[in-house]
Design a protein around this ligand. Structure first.
Ligand code: BV8
Ligand code: ZN
Length: 247
């Protein structure tokens, strides 16, 4: 009986088009709490209540306290071997795209370049008046921060619940899911749409879809197989097994 791990490695060995969807679980080993693992609460409120345009309109300072806390966590965190393995995979396939739901910037810091940040980035903020954008992870002097250009209030460049995903990034992620021969779903509870739907797009288009997650998820039944290990352990093992594979 061939193991799921060996099936995954064999599928990757013969693939030239690979795409990956990641969620908060890939950053867990960098010390960043996941949404639903950490109870998904902030000051006693569900994330879905804090990460919305309505919450921001009602109390921008409270929402900024949530994001300043997450900016500090991201600033202090380091990419883990799972992030690094995904960055290493990029160069081994003629077509590779990593679509992440994470806003912590760790994939980019690990070296991933064929990357779509489906839900924005905690390092970016923009002025609600003139849309001027700043990008840094420095501590913010005042909350809410103000635009250095026009003095308008800035908001995080994050996709909140009820907000549309970036059009270009979403299109690229969908195209990659449609054309992938192997699709990896790593560290996500697959509860947030439309991101989670990418796994269904890949499966419907005939990709071999594998899940890397210590726990079952809503989409587990759809997948060709699951590796029930932390991504920081499983992904480096997969990359090692691919050896010096060239594109
Ligand atoms: C939209 C930015 C329309 C914020 C985020 C009812 C049914 C279905 C859908 C909806 C519904 N009601 C509303 C909706 C739509 C809604 C949605 O899906 N809601 C959910 C809650 C049901 N979606 C939206 O609103 C989206 N927009 O639909 O717009 C539209 C269209 C056009 C025009 C106008 C409007 C926007 C969704 C984006 C929301 N923003 N992030 C922020 O981060 O502060 S989502 C947020 O959840 C994060 O991005 C996070 O990544 C994402 C998903 O969570 P996960 O990443 O999966 O994390 P989670 O903690 O859940 O799971 C962690 C997993 O890791 C677990 O499985 C665990 O086992 C595993 N794990 C743990 N350790 C490890 C590990 N795995 C591997 N290794 C480990 N070591
Ligand atoms: Zn401005």
């Amino acid at each position: 009986m061939i193991s799921v791990f060996d099936r995954l490695v064999a599928a990757l060995r013969s693939a030239s088009r690979v795409s990956v969807l990641t969620g908060a679980g890939v950053s867990a080993e960098s010390g960043i709490a996941t949404f639903r693992g950490a109870g998904g609460l902030w000051e006693g409120h569900r994330i879905e209540e804090v990460a919305t345009p309505e919450a921001f309109a009602e109390d921008p300072e409270r929402v900024w306290r949530f994001y300043e806390m997450r900016r500090r966590n991201a600033r202090d965190a380091r990419p883990n071997p799972g992030h690094e393995a995904l960055a290493a995979m990029e160069g081994r396939f003629s077509e590779f795209l990593l679509a992440t739901q994470n806003v912590d910037g760790l994939h980019r810091r690990a070296g991933s370049r064929n990357l779509v940040e489906l839900h924005g980035s905690i390092a970016r903020r923009y002025c609600v008046q003139c849309r001027r954008t700043e990008e840094d992870l420095e501590p913010l002097e005042m909350l809410p921060p103000v635009c250095p250009g026009c003095g308008g209030m800035q908001r995080p460049d994050i996709v909140w619940f009820g907000e549309p995903l970036p059009v270009a990034g979403w299109a690229d992620a969908q195209d990659a899911a449609r054309s992938a021969e192997v699709y990896l779903v790593v560290g996500t509870s697959a509860e947030v749409y439309p991101a989670a739907g990418l796994a269904l797009v890949a499966a419907d288009a005939g990709a071999a879809v594998f899940e890397i997650n210590p726990a079952e998820t809503a989409l587990s039944p759809v997948f060709a197989g699951a590796i029930r290990e932390p991504s920081g352990v499983a992904l480096p093992r997969v990359v090692d097994a691919l050896g010096g594979r060239t594109a």
